[in-house]
Ligand binder design. Structure first.
Ligand SMILES: Nc1ncnc2c1ncn2[C@@H]1O[C@H](COP(=O)(O)OP(=O)(O)O)[C@@H](O)[C@H]1O
Ligand SMILES: [Mg+2]
Length: 350
């Protein structure tokens, strides 16, 4: 007779991780297995605390175990998570962040900053450690959206301290300049500003760094991709066709920069702009569709008055849309990071 724990592990090795398409035992996701009085207790270590698929795991584990492993009639799963990283950071820049996600679009005003701040907050609410860089250096609007007024970040030991709001750490040129005074900077200065936001800020260890890009295919995404191995990019578009063709340009740019496109977000869906442009684009380009956010005055007011919808109205349709988008982004990022690896690389951050 084999040990009941061995039988349990054998049964669980038939459970396939829905995104990574490998079994959860060889992915090293099953820990601390104990069987007591007919109940098998174990921990599943997910690749993100924002995992949208917990119920799928529960269902698949039950199917694999109950009625198949004699002596076990109940399972009790404990959840833990560890965001992987794909080693590309190591030896490049000394920044302890596991996953860097840029949010871009071909044109301005489509909702990049809105999506960036809300997905950052949604990820933080799942327990992840999250930073947000406002890389729209000349037109920073993250401080206003976060409800942060004037006030410069403190400098301690030559490092800037990010400002915390809604559970996330934020840095923006908006904190460093006088309101109403335009920033004037040329290409090299922009690049150096973006670099400083990564390396001269005391971020601590982060699971996700979200980077809100300026519109278009200009200097900022290029500098960023040259400086850092981005995990991936999220493209925001509006449903109408003009915006969609800009989004296509944006996707082509990330392809050229070798940054995987994690997927497309359709923002401001609804009567006025129609619906479906983003989803159609995703299908055409064979990219994941990450979700849609309706045109909603709560979202606009949230941005204007520093009350992000995910923080103040998480139950609203827009709040739910953004929370679901955040989970899909995290899931896609896990897939990208683990694509070329057999086993989840744990504890790899030094
Ligand atoms: N889903 C939405 N519904 C209503 N207003 C929105 C929505 N998304 C963004 N907005 C508003 O549209 C404007 C532009 O959004 P913003 O996020 O600043 O775009 P970008 O960063 O792409 O320039 C802001 O005033 C914002 O509050
Ligand atoms: Mg913006």
């Amino acid at each position: 007779m084999t040990d009941i724990k061995d039988q349990m592990m054998a049964a669980l090795s038939t459970v396939i991780e829905p995104e990574l398409h490998k079994d959860i035992v060889s992915l090293n996701m099953v820990r601390d297995l104990q069987v007591e009085g007919g109940t098998a207790k174990f921990t599943i270590v997910l690749t993100t605390p924002a995992c949208p698929l917990k119920s799928v795991f529960v269902e698949r584990c039950n199917e694999a175990v109950i009625g198949k492993v004699p002596g076990v009639d109940k399972i009790d799963i404990n959840w833990d998570s560890q965001v992987p990283t794909d080693h590309r950071f190591q030896g490049r820049q000394n920044v302890p962040m596991r996953c860097v996600i840029a949010v871009g679009s071909g044109k301005g005003g489509v909702g990049k900053s809105t999506v960036s701040i809300n997905i950052a907050i949604a990820l933080a609410e799942t327990g992840a450690r999250v930073g947000l860089i406002d890389a729209d250096i000349l037109n920073p609007n993250i401080p206003q959206m976060a409800g942060l007024g004037a006030g410069r970040p403190k400098v301690v030991n030559n490092k800037m301290q990010p400002i915390e709001a809604h559970g996330i750490k934020i840095i923006s040129t908006g904190f460093l300049t006088e309101p109403d005074k335009p920033m004037i900077m040329r290409g090299p200065m922009l690049q150096s500003a973006i670099r400083q936001f990564f390396v001269d800020v005391e971020w601590g260890e982060l699971d996700y760094m979200i980077v809100d890009l300026p519109p278009g295919t200009g200097d900022a995404p290029l500098s960023l991709a040259q400086l850092f191995p981005l995990t991936g990019a999220v493209i925001v578009t509006q449903p109408q066709s003009v915006a969609v063709s800009d989004a296509i340009r944006s996707a082509a740019m990330f392809d050229q920069l070798n940054v995987p496109v994690l997927g497309i977000v359709e923002n401001m869906s609804g009567d006025f702009f129609g619906e479906g442009g983003g989803e159609k684009l995703a299908k055409q380009r064979d990219l994941p569709f990450l979700g849609r956010v309706p045109l909603d005055s709560v979202v606009r007011e949230g941005g204007d008055y520093g009350r992000p919808v995910v923080a103040v109205a998480p139950e609203s349709v827009s709040g739910q849309g953004l929370i679901s988008i955040a989970k899909n982004v995290a899931a896609r990022a896990s897939v990208v990071m683990l694509q070329n690896s057999d086993v989840i690389p744990l504890n790899v951050i030094g």
